[in-house]
Ligand binder design. Structure first.
Ligand code: MG
Length: 276
């Protein structure tokens, strides 16, 4: 396996949408594999992924889940559809996340991750209590594989997430810190949040974005090519170094236009090479 450097540049990529050779052509040799709600995670699929990753000498740090029925149109829609918060989806999504853990184990991947949705600030809220128990069960399953469970950040303020993380009482829980999400959801300055959440960072996304428009109720901000949004990549990378983060910086670009997405990601590799 290729020896990876501190702050290695990686990519967040998706089964079916992306191929490993296409991602490698951006100039990266590691990253995080996203698994959409319809993507099979059976033994045959795992064996095929394992052989591809071995043949390509490509390291996957994290298997990320997305779930059927999720919709990121605006903040109210995210609240109603994303992660573990919508009650009607919990049984199916918990089973799918357990399956993700087993799939990741078959690939030798030591971390799983997803958006769990908006965690309520009130720890007596029924959604908070149900989601806490759900995350604990997933943590306990992942622990059997020696895996961490990383919660994607950004949908709640850092202090709310910090309380939730401590309240979970599990050694293998942590976060996948996404600086752009803090801005897109208007939840706070990402660099300050990174300082608050530093002990819990397992992995990070390198993503950029602009704040929501003022005066438009429930609007999300706009994702932008890396370096062209409001995160401030130099200060983000400087803060990662300051907190002693040594893992990969996984470039995430979510635009629907695939060729634009790859072009932006290739540009992002160059930008991060200059900052790391
Ligand atoms: Mg992200």
């Amino acid at each position: 396996m290729a020896a990876l450097r501190e702050l290695e540049i990686g990519a967040m990529f998706w089964a079916v949408r992306d191929t490993v050779p296409r991602i490698k052509s951006l100039g990266v040799r590691c990253g995080q594999l996203g698994i959409g709600g319809d993507v099979p995670m059976n033994a045959a699929a795992a064996a095929e992924w394992k052989s591809t990753l071995d043949a390509e000498d490509f390291t996957v740090f994290t298997c990320f889940a997305a779930y059927n029925g999720e919709n990121y149109a605006d903040i109210p829609t995210v609240q109603q559809t994303v992660g573990f918060i919508p009650p009607a989806t919990r049984v199916e999504r918990e089973a799918r996340t357990i399956e993700l853990s087993d799939f990741a184990a078959a690939l030798g991947v030591k971390s799983i991750a997803c958006h769990i949705g908006f965690v309520p600030a009130d720890d007596r809220h029924p959604d908070y209590i149900a989601v806490k128990a759900m995350v604990q069960r997933i943590c306990d399953h992942a622990a059997k594989h020696g895996q961490t469970f990383a919660l994607e950040t950004g949908q709640e303020p850092a202090r709310t997430l910090l309380h939730f993380l401590k309240d979970l009482g599990r050694d293998n829980i942590g976060i996948n810190f996404d600086p752009a999400n803090m801005i897109l959801y208007g939840t706070g300055d990402p660099i300050e949040a990174l300082g608050i959440l530093a002990p819990h960072v397992i992995s990070v996304h390198a993503k950029d974005g602009d704040w929501p428009p003022t005066g438009v109720e429930g609007a999300l901000g706009t994702e932008r090519p890396l370096g062209q949004g409001s995160v401030g990549m130099p200060r983000f990378v400087a803060k990662l170094k300051e907190i002693g983060y040594k893992g990969a910086m996984n470039i995430e670009r979510e635009t629907e236009n695939l060729e634009q997405r790859y072009a932006d990601m290739a540009m992002a590799v160059k930008l991060l090479e200059g900052l790391r």
